[in-house]
Structure formats: C-alpha cells, structure tokens
Design a protein around this ligand. Structure first.
Ligand SMILES: CC(C)(COP(=O)(O)OP(=O)(O)OC[C@H]1O[C@@H](n2cnc3c(N)ncnc32)[C@H](O)[C@@H]1OP(=O)(O)O)[C@@H](O)C(=O)NCCC(=O)NCCS
Length: 337
C-alpha cells in the first residue's frame, strides 16, 4: 500500500469534504450512541479557528483514496507551548498503521514549532451507559499518552425535566436575581458579563491534570464563537440570572441546537460567578433554558452534556434535572522531548 499524508486547504471543498466525511464515520464508530452529525459541522472544525489559534488539516491517502484525517490546533497567544490534535481513520481501514503515521506526522510539526505539550481526547463507556469500543483510548495508551482528565457524559430527554417542581424548590434561594433568556447572539449590553463568565470557566471548572492557561475575558472571543456556531448551522439558546441590585449577569448557561439532527443539542458552558454561588443559580439557569427550548424549539429533545468526573456539584444538578449517564470523554496529554 502506498500511504501519503499531506496538508489540505480548508477552502478546498473537495478535500475538506473528504476529511469531514472521514471524521463523521470515525466518530459514529466511536460513539454509536450519539447521532451522526452533518458533514458541514465536521468541515467547520477545519475551517473555523478560534481567536489567537491556527488550524491545520491533513489527509492520509492510500493509493490516492482518503482514509484518515488529522487536525492540528496551535494556540498562538496563550498556551504557546501546547498543541491539540484530533486523528480519525475510517473504521474499515484501522489497525494498519494509518493512525500512527498521522500521529507521527502531526507530532513532527509540533516539535518543529518547539511545543512540548500535546492534548487529545477519546471516548469510552461508562458504567450503566451505552457501549463504546474505545479504540482511541487503546491507541493513545500504546503511543505513550497519559490520562489527564475524565469527563462524564450525561444525556437528558427534555420532555422528562420536572421544570415546575424544580423552580418551586429553588424559589426560596433566588431572591434578588431575575432570569433572562434569549436565542442567538449575546445582546451587546450583556456581552462583557458573558465574556467574564466564559473566561472563568477554565479557571473554575475542574480539569484534572491538564495544564492550560485560562482565557482572558474578551467580548470578541464570544463574537468569534458565535460565528463558528453559525457556520456549523447551530442555533443557540441562552439563559442567565441578572443580579437586580447591579443589573449584571452573574450566572449563564447555553444550549447549542444542532442543525441536523435538530432533535439533538449539546449543553455548553454553565457558570455561576463565585461571588454569587450558593443561591441555586446554576440549577435556575438550566431550568429556565430548558423551559425556553421547550417553548421555542419543541423538536429539540435530547441534550448531551459533559463534566469533569470530579465536578460532583454540576453532575448532581444534572441528575436532579433527569440527566442519565452516557459515555466518558478522556482528555489525554503527552510531553514531547
Ligand atoms: C484511534 C485511531 C485514529 C487509530 O487508527 P488506526 O489506523 O487503527 O491506528 P494504528 O493502526 O496506527 O494503531 C497503532 C497501534 O495502536 C493500538 N490500537 C489501535 N486501535 C486499537 C484498538 N481498537 N484496540 C487495541 N489497540 C489498538 C495498537 O497497538 C496498534 O498497533 P497494532 O495494530 O500493530 O497492534 C482510530 O481508531 C480512530 O479513528 N478512532 C476514532 C477517533 C479517535 O478516538 N481518535 C484518537 C484521538 S484524537
């Protein structure tokens, strides 16, 4: 077999489509309990760098046929000694050295950039959850990567959320705060508050042994995320709690509804400002968001979320909402010498 690996231009629709299609089939094999997402969505992973980072997509071909893909993410403002990689090989072409060749190709580029820490993630089963084959984890362990953090996935059927009962339960704690919900872009008047809460996430959410410098609060980061979600075809639903005394948003959550299938959504960020914890605001924002989604997007039924295994508080909130275990996402780290 003649294996070649080469970078492609994300503006090249054919090459980007080939890479996205491989990612789609590889993910479906690794997480058969999650839906097959659109090729457009996977293509956006190659096409939409976040602010202050570069992305490089490569395709592995055997006798000219695209069989594997790699994505390299290089942060250029913070975390300049780090890189992230994603590797995917078509299920029927595995165990023939293609994954290792992609890995060596990308780590070669990372070394040439004088970066020393590389991060990647894989999917595994959780007790009581659906079966996942775990090929990525077996591969990472063999190539000398270390487990850095485990995130527990949980899945919710929005029709089952006991929203009214939960709102009654938290009512005694949320005096002095008012719920706000919206869909789409963050209103200009609130974007500084949202940027602050977003930047706190890496600082506050447990992340195991991952060495990662937190983002700085910056409204343009939020606007760039919004562009990326738009390019993927997603619709965003936000809920926040406003402190009546100051008018500031002090708790915030967001659900991303997929374009295809629109019956699925990912629970993104949930954060309560440390000065306002202990008022059940985390549960409050989630319940208000679920009510908003139920009213405005009744076709969205399944919401998937991930939290670090040690984030007992958020996992307990999710269990109260009716989330049940799905699979685990393992963050891996390797130090290049
Ligand atoms: C992980 C992945 C890229 C590996 O691709 P691959 O082409 O099969 O990898 P290789 O053939 O180079 O495997 C190298 C070694 O890893 C180990 N390995 C790979 N898959 C394995 C599995 N399913 N079970 C046990 N060991 C495995 C083996 O030791 C293998 O060597 P061997 O076949 O000589 O025994 C592929 O399974 C995939 O696309 N998974 C989904 C995405 C993912 O999880 N990516 C990894 C994180 S970015």
């Amino acid at each position: 077999m003649s294996l070649s690996i080469a970078a492609f231009d994300p503006a090249d629709d054919t090459a980007c489509g080939e890479a996205a299609a491989i990612m789609r089939l590889a993910c479906l094999a690794e997480t058969p309990d999650l839906p097959a997402l659109s090729v457009r969505r996977y293509a956006a992973r190659f096409r939409n760098p976040q602010l202050g980072e570069r992305r490089l997509g490569v395709l592995a071909r055997v006798d000219g046929f695209a069989v594997g893909t790699g994505l390299l993410i290089l942060p250029d403002e913070q975390n300049r000694d780090a890189a992230m990689i994603e590797l995917h090989v078509l299920p029927e072409r595995r165990r023939r050295g293609i994954g290792r060749a992609l890995h060596d190709h990308l780590t070669g580029i990372i070394r040439a950039e004088h970066r020393t820490t590389v991060l990647a993630n894989t999917s595994e089963s959780l007790p009581g959850g659906p079966v996942r084959p775990g090929a990525g984890s077996a591969f990472a362990a063999v190539l000398g990567w270390q487990r850095a953090s485990t995130a527990h996935g949980q899945l919710l059927d929005l029709h089952d959320v006991p929203a009214e009962r939960l709102l009654a339960r938290i009512a005694p704690y949320v005096g002095g705060y008012s719920p706000v919900t919206w869909s789409g872009a963050v209103p200009e008047a609130d974007v500084d508050d949202v940027a602050y809460l977003n930047a706190r996430l890496m600082q506050d959410a447990p992340t195991g042994d991952i060495e990662w410098e937190a983002e700085k609060p910056d409204p343009s980061v939020i606007r760039n995320y919004e562009r990326t979600y738009r390019d993927k075809g997603s619709t965003l639903f936000h809920a926040a709690m406003r402190e009546d005394a100051t008018g500031r948003l002090v708790a915030w959550t967001m659900i991303e509804q997929l374009d295809d299938p629109a019956s699925w959504g990912w629970q993104q960020v949930t954060l309560v400002d440390p000065a306002h914890r202990g008022h059940r605001l985390g549960l409050a924002v989630k319940v208000h968001n679920h009510l908003q989604v139920r009213a405005n997007a009744p076709e969205l039924r399944h919401v998937h979320t991930w939290n670090a295994a040690e984030n007992h508080h958020m996992i307990a909130i999710n269990e109260a909402l009716g989330f049940r275990p799905s699979g685990a996402t393992i963050d891996w780290q390797i130090r290049l010498r």
